[in-house]
Design a protein around this ligand. Sequence first.
Ligand code: H79
Length: 449
Amino acid sequence: MAVTIRTYFSIAGVVLLLCSALSAQPVSKIEQGQLDYKPTKENLRSREWFQDAKFGLFIHWGVYSVLGRGEWVMNNEKIPIVEYEKLPPQFNPTKFDPAAWVALAKAAGMKYITITTKHHDGFAMFDSKVSDWNILARTPYKKDPLKMLADECRKQGIKLFFYYSQLDWHHPDYFPRHYTGVGYTGRPESGDFNKYLDFMDAQLSELLTNYGEIGGIWFDGMWDREEADWRLARTYSLIHKTQPQALIGSNHHLKPFGGEDFQMFEKDLPGQKTTGFNDKQEIGALPLETCETINGAWGYNAKDQRFKSTKDLIQYLAKAAGNNANFLLNVGPMPTGEIQPEFVERLQAIGQWLSKYGDAFYGTRGGPFSPRPWGVTTQKGNKVYVHILDWPDEAILLPKFPRAIRTAKALTNGKPVHYEAHRFGLLLSIPREARDDYDTIIEIELGDS
Ligand code: H79
């Protein structure tokens, strides 16, 4: 019997090996992910909440903001650790006002905030006992902004997600190194990666126990070492066990691994593969999110003036929703703790616009039609929202609707719009007076059949 079972398992092993060799998926030879993962009820509820929420604020904030040249400055400019360690003593964000940040997110119509707790420079923006490379130990500020933000989010009814970089340019045990953090940091050419992962799990435990209930963990940087065993099963089960409702996502630019609860796309609508670093990324079955910057930078960049317009940002939100994805829009606060006026203005303008058109976004899912060159559709219950982003003519031909149509009205002025069943689809008029500068939304109510 024992022999039979062993034989069975070795055959299963060969089949598994063959499958993973044949599938395009794991770039790594290591089986990544929590393979036996079954999301709890709370977790599934969080996923629904997440998809309903649609719009979040991404915050990239760290000691790099002192230099004002983005969050990659250490690696881009090959700044050795001894030099980089001179930044924290200059970081004193006395104007940081967590209530104002959360209020700004709310004013923008956002439902959650995702903030960098540790970026690739390894610097913990929170009270960490497992390394002194953190904001309390190294800066004159000596306070924990994450604690202040978490309290304020709870008070104002906004969910808080933690971004955590698996890649680390500062920790000596992040070794062997691969794409980044190589050759200039001054770290020894040795180290124990498992010790690094123990450190990471310990920091994650701190984040999961000291800040109340969180929305989830947003991982980034695994792409730096594609061939490494990241011990995902251990890390992911630690998170799921500690906070079952918390959602895990990882920006590894691949199809989701077991144990993950949502999938994100960086500077890319799901499946578009426009960035050059995500050509292997396939859309999985999890809730989706896409993140984008307002200018070109994630972390504060003092010189970057290429601000996207309010129109661009609103149209991106609509396109994300039409692609069934959330939009996580980024700000990189200044070293003072303030958010620059160009960002504030745009967020407020988006919020003002959304206060009128929120029905076509919150609680919706993408479809029934896939995105088109002219725009997208979203749906909720028996309502379909047609988002016309770019169409110069008086009328537009949509595909056939799955059910009969009861009413059609423009959300701009609340007035009915003319529609006509056509043998090729539905002909919908878009009266000039009902046009919106950013997104003309026609709400279509469907009948029972
Ligand atoms: O936190 C923000 C950025 O700092 C971080 N993710 C967002 C949310 C980010 N890190 N890297 N990138 C974005 C894109 C970088 C891609 C590259 Fe590479 C790294 C190109 C070359 C090195 C990945 C690894 C692709 C090729 C090798």
